[in-house]
Design a protein around this ligand. Structure first.
Ligand SMILES: [Zn+2]
Length: 270
């Protein structure tokens, strides 16, 4: 199964650039289908209200349930104090399976990481060139899996790519995605040094063509088992069953019984 781990969907409200204006999913889905991509992790684009943007996304995920997997976009400082409740809503009402934070807006905080930990969600964290922060986050939250998009830089900064590959080698819970990485040898280096089990195929659709981004992975000419990990195996592993277990106060995150957890997990097979 081929899973694209990085795509945007919905409409933004700022309208100063493509990435805060419109991320039309239908053209993406046509391109992805033609490229052989089975499923896609989607999250909103930049927005001034992520409660609204995540709700908007949930309608698309519902509409294309067989192909889309939702991640909740969180602004780490603007949403401070309500991260847990936003993510709980996304997980329990809409079946979302991860969190997206963009360092261009605000760097991830303890509250964000604790929420990811509580629900056992992967955190797709664009470090916006500040890869060194992972030295703090990765050891503080060894049970949270961090996926660093674009190997750390959408702007082709080779120094950041280098740092992110180093982080992927050093920390078992730090992964990288290939979306928008143009300096091909850093993808090669990520596989050779960190291993195929640490890299995830992503497209940064709908703005980048998923078929073109997928072709980069084919060009690595890896043995099929390693290529399969990058194209979907790793994503499947990180999309582990969500935990709706006990809080520190002994209450279920939903305030309901453990049976609900079992029922919920049964529903969310990818
Ligand atoms: Zn993106």
């Amino acid at each position: 199964m081929i899973i694209d781990c990085h795509c945007h969907a919905g409409k933004g409200d700022r309208m100063t650039a493509p990435w805060n204006t419109d991320a039309p999913i239908e053209p993406y889905l046509r391109r992805a289908r033609a490229a052989g991509i089975d499923k896609t992790i989607v999250f909103p684009l930049f927005h001034s209200d992520y409660s609204e943007a995540n709700a908007q996304l949930s309608r698309l995920v519902e509409q294309y349930r067989s192909r889309l997997i939702g991640f909740a976009f969180i602004h780490a400082t603007r949403d401070a104090g309500r991260v847990f409740s936003m993510v709980r809503r996304a997980v329990t009402c809409w079946g979302f399976r991860g969190i997206k934070v963009h360092g261009h807006e605000a760097m991830a905080t303890r509250e964000v990481c604790e929420t990811a930990r509580a629900f056992r969600l992967p955190l797709l964290y664009d470090v916006a060139g500040q890869a060194y922060v992972m030295d703090m986050l990765a050891p503080q939250f060894p049970d949270v899996n961090f996926i660093i998009p674009h190997l750390g830089s959408f702007a082709d900064d080779w120094r950041i790519h280098q740092q992110v590959v180093d982080l992927m080698v050093r920390f078992p819970n730090v992964y990288g995605d290939t979306s928008g990485v143009r300096r091909f040898d850093y993808i090669v280096q990520a596989v050779n040094r960190a291993g195929a089990q640490k890299l995830l195929f992503g497209s940064d659709g709908p703005w980048l063509h998923p078929g073109l981004e997928l072709h980069k992975i084919r060009l690595l000419q890896l043995p099929p088992d390693k290529e399969d990990l990058i194209l979907g195996g790793n994503a499947l592993r990180l999309l582990r069953p969500v935990r709706l277990g006990q809080t520190r106060t002994g209450r279920n995150y939903l305030g309901r019984s453990a049976a609900l957890q079992t029922r919920y997990n049964a529903k969310i097979t990818v």
